[in-house]
Write a protein that binds this ligand. Sequence first.
Ligand code: GDP
Ligand code: IMO
Ligand code: MG
Length: 429
Amino acid sequence: MTNLVVIGTQWGDEGKGKIVDLLSARADTIVRFQGGHNAGHTLVIGDQIFKLSLLPSGIVRENRCTVIGNGVVLDPWKLVEEIDLLRSKGISIDPERLIISENTPLILPFHRELDVLREKASGKKKIGTTGRGIGPAYEDKVGRRALRSGDLKTVGEIKSRIRAMADHHNMLRLGYNQKVINEDLIFQEIMEIREDIIEYVGPVWQLLNDQIKAGKNLLFEGAQGSMLDVDFGTYPFVTSSSTLAGAASTGTGVSHNKIQSVLGITKAYTTRVGKGPMPTELFDEVGQLLSKIGKEKGTVTGRDRRCGWFDAPLVKRSCILNGVTGIALTKIDVLDRLEKIKICVGYRTKEKVLNEFPLSSNLVGAIEPIYEEMDGWHCNTSGMKKLSQLPNEARKYVDRIEKFLETKVTLISTGPERDETIFLEDPFL
Ligand code: GDP
Ligand code: IMO
Ligand code: MG
């Protein structure tokens, strides 16, 4: 029995969905523990493509239990939409297969409105959020006003939570010249949607701990990436949740010492969507090539992802913060055509050389990367399944990354499909 957390080590979109889908063949239960429908996880399974935002990627496999933990913020309308879409593609979803924690805070329409209003009013200082209401919903959670999925069972609780949130939000809305919240309308909308949600709500923390006792394998699916973490990311250009492996514990009720392995999903180059500093960003034809070959367009908002060279100190920091036990290096095939490949191994400021990725966003915005250059491999690695097939230069690239990170690469991904993968070590160990 091994319980494994999968997290992104960069700024999200590292390929977590593909890897979670792949590994869910060996897991009994797949658990989302933070974030919300700001996530976009793409699974390519034969001629079918699934784009999941809220449902754990394990949902597409039969007989898997999937769980949404208390660390998630849940838009019930979006969830119902996603369930309907999957059902239309032949996936069965019922309360045996999907369980939502009673403590999961809900995203309501006024959270989304506030997210968008704030971004519009922020001008050049905008974060570039996904506009899904994620930040405002987490604010209400820590402000102790949120409506949680378990509250849906009690009409009085729904009313009193709406009241508490309206008191707070109406003050904010006034500042944006918006009408006050129509509490009756929100109440009616919630009463309608609750019929579709309530059957899935249950005591997740107990269920998961019982499953562990019974020797089941749990797979925790992170969303976003470590550099978007609200504490350790490039603050304030971050999301509003803890995206690190530790959140798998606080976001579900499974204690940290029940989780043995942490797989850090790491793209073979760097991408970022939204605003904020990115030291290795490329504005030249190499950046355009990575974007084109890597199909680097955001799943959720359709925005172009910014592309750049691999930033090794950044990933090293993630390895430490998450306690990464193995790296899954993804999208190596995207580098196939490059003559030379650069790896950032440190940074330069006007005054000094830095060996570590800085914590302060201002400093991250002011540093110049120091690169090592390696030869490219100029051949097609797409779809490779064995290490022996990888060209020498590609193996050297993997070795250099492994050495810098002082962490083993346990899996290399060579394409979006399940079998386009080289397994080096068992990630569940
Ligand atoms: P996530 O948010 O971390 O789950 O990543 P996304 O799904 O948003 O973005 C990763 C994209 O890369 C998806 O379209 C995947 O299908 C695709 N992908 C995943 N692994 C590989 C790979 O090894 N090679 C290539 N070419 N594409 C990949
Ligand atoms: P996955 O799980 C990439 C970014 C947004 C924005 C910042 C804050 O697919 O890797 P938010 O809406 O969360 O308040 O936006 O975080 N962001 C992501 N970037 N992948 C994601 O998820 C992201 N989720 C949020 O672009 O910069
Ligand atoms: Mg994504």
